[in-house]
Design a binder for this molecule. Structure first.
Ligand code: GTP
Ligand code: MG
Length: 382
């Protein structure tokens, strides 16, 4: 919690920042909601609220937990020779309805848009696409994100787990609020951006205007002397899709060293997860390093289990998933949260032990939040 504001703290414990300001005032401290507060202030609040203020971040705590099992998340094992080129992970971002899902549908010859409720993407999808670049078969992993303003956290997570961002901007609509938001997420994550100026089949399309608008946000097209690649596309008419893929591959080759060791135990991220009536918990995961195999014991957030089956984006069963590959995993004990990590461990026992510890921690945090909310309600009522 170090260096964060009262608002951050309030968010974390699920209460209203204004009541915390009021409580601190009552305790003799004048603090505004957005001001950054020190550990002492948080501890003071914690005492008053009967809440153990976590000065340790949940990430650090989890790292320690894994360390106690001799596991390090995020570590590439082996030496140089063990590393092989992996496909780039590309997050597709942009304002609602600008054609992100349609573009991915066009790139992989599918039709997800047609099946979406109200045509609005509600969760993240992940797909792998093959493309031919100079006679070479190249794979690219795409992560679709929703453009609706409510899904900021998903976009932030999406950009953090990706190597490249495709910013989709509809040429008939131009730069809109979530275009800017997506752009900022990608910048914050230090991810190179390729701009897909979409819907150029429309008579009212104005791709030049889009270039001008993005230039104002510091994304200057190569043709204007900047370093951002812009590709005019139409997801509907299939215009320039090959150029877009080429731009992605060029960006990956030019500025990124994307390699991973397929020989180590698999690790990666949960992209999306839900409970399926017939199949139980289903998690879309992204393998970041190592190779995930059917039969592996895994822990994903507070969920654990053995990989019972793995499906690719076409619903076809796979025996293994190599680095950079998304896969739907069946066999988890519960539904992990999007953005949580997954790790292959020695055996089921270890997976269960780690999962139980994480679960206990989540439960304790939840109970503490409830307690805090009650105490705060009492305080406000008195
Ligand atoms: P969210 O996921 O909800 O943010 O939307 P999205 O960006 O995924 O947009 P989606 O792919 O669902 O497309 C929105 C609408 O625009 C649909 O009706 C598409 O058919 C249409 N559309 C997408 N691309 C094009 C295009 O290149 N040309 C035209 N004319 N229409 C397009
Ligand atoms: Mg969509």
């Amino acid at each position: 919690a170090r260096g964060s504001s009262l608002t951050d703290f309030a968010d974390k414990i699920g209460v209203d920042a204004a009541s915390l300001v009021q409580m601190l005032f009552h305790l003799g401290e004048m603090v505004t909601a957005t001001q950054s507060v020190g550990d002492e202030t948080l501890e003071l609040l914690g005492d008053e609220l009967n809440y153990v203020v976590e000065v340790v971040s949940p990430e650090d705590e989890d790292r320690e937990l894994l360390e106690s099992f001799d596991i390090e998340f995020g570590a590439d094992e082996g030496n140089e020779d063990d590393l092989v080129i992996r496909p780039p992970v590309v997050t597709v971002m942009g304002h609602v309805d600008h054609g992100k899902t349609k573009l991915l549908d066009a790139l992989r010859g599918a039709n997800v848009v047609a099946g979406e409720a109200g045509g609005i993407t509600q969760h993240i999808g992940a797909y792998q696409v093959h493309t031919d670049v100079d006679g070479e078969d190249r794979r690219i992993t795409f992560i679709d994100t929703p453009g609706h303003e409510a899904f900021t956290a998903m976009r932030a997570r999406g950009s953090q787990s990706s190597d490249i961002a495709i910013l989709v901007v509809a040429a008939d609509d131009g730069v809109m609020p979530q275009t800017v938001e997506a752009l900022n997420h990608a910048k914050a994550a230090g991810v190179p951006i390729v701009v897909a100026v979409n819907k150029i089949d429309k008579p009212e399309a104005d791709p030049t205007k889009v270039r001008g608008q993005l230039t104002e946000y510091g994304l200057v097209p190569e043709e204007y002397g900047g370093d951002a690649m812009f590709v005019d596309v139409s997801a509907k008419s299939g215009i320039n899709l090959d150029k877009l893929l080429e731009a992605v591959v060029l960006t990956a080759d030019a500025s990124l060293d994307l390699r991973a060791n397929p020989g180590q135990d698999a690790q990666g991220l949960v992209v999306e997860a839900h409970l399926d009536r017939g199949r139980g918990p289903v998690a879309t995961i992204l393998v970041q390093r190592g190779t995930l195999r059917v039969g592996d014991s895994i822990v994903a957030g507070p969920a654990h289990g053995r990989v019972r089956a793995m499906l690719d984006e076409h619903g076809v069963e796979m025996a293994e998933a190599d680095p950079g590959r998304p896969a739907m995993v069946l066999g988890l004990s519960s539904v992990p949260g999007a953005g949580q990590n997954f790790i292959v461990v020695e055996d089921d026992r270890m997976a269960r032990q780690i999962a139980e510890k994480r679960e206990a921690r989540e439960r304790a945090a939840l109970q503490a939040k409830r307690r805090v909310r009650r105490t705060l309600e009492d305080f406000m009522a008195s």
